[in-house]
Design a protein around this ligand. Structure first.
Ligand code: ADP
Length: 160
């Protein structure tokens, strides 16, 4: 059974993340989509909010587990018995930092392979920070995120 992890901030989950997740599911037996908890970052959504959004948005997909972790991604991958780490590559701008991380991770854990997947062209410009910004001005982002995320954003920015 080939398990991979898909780590990220997912603050919040976008249709680009879901696209990459679906591609990973077509290749591997199980994907653990996992929130990297970074104490240095101040996220818009709590870990619990992000977990429940991801659970809801992925409930119709089989073989997905939803989790969170802190610490090194390779340590978490090992604990889960994963053979790989999924990362999405949108544009050249993602490449340099992803390349450095992948090589550092391979140096630490040679048996865990980083796999880069490219989303559909329509998602290549999409990122969570742009979604947060556009939604904060009351604009509709429902074309870019799963319905549950759209609801959470509306609630967050209407102050409820
Ligand atoms: P991080 O803070 O680790 O970059 P993100 O939540 O921004 O976490 O992204 C998690 C992973 O998903 C990263 O590999 C990122 O490149 C990828 N990703 C983010 N947005 C998209 C998108 N629109 N299309 C494809 N991959 C994406």
């Amino acid at each position: 059974m080939k398990t991979v992890i898909y780590p990220g901030s997912f603050d919040p989950l976008t249709n680009g993340h879901v696209d990459v997740l679906e591609r990973a599911l077509a290749l591997f037996d199980k994907v653990i989509i996992t929130i990297a908890v970074n104490p240095a970052k101040q996220p818009l959504f709590t870990v619990e909010e992000r977990l429940s959004m991801i659970r809801e948005a992925t409930s119709s997909l089989g073989n997905v587990a939803v989790d969170h972790f802190s610490g090194l991604v390779v340590d978490y991958a090992r604990e889960q018995g994963a053979c790989g780490i999924i990362r999405g590559l949108r544009a050249l701008s993602d490449f340099e930092v992803e390349y450095q991380m992948a090589l550092m991770n391979r140096d630490m854990e040679p048996d865990i392979t980083t796999v880069f997947l490219m989303p559909h062209d329509r998602y290549t410009y999409l990122n969570s920070s742009m979604i947060r910004e556009v939604a904060s001005y009351g604009r509709d982002v429902s074309g870019f995120v799963p319905p549950i995320v759209s609801e959470y954003l509306k609630r967050k920015y209407s102050g409820d």
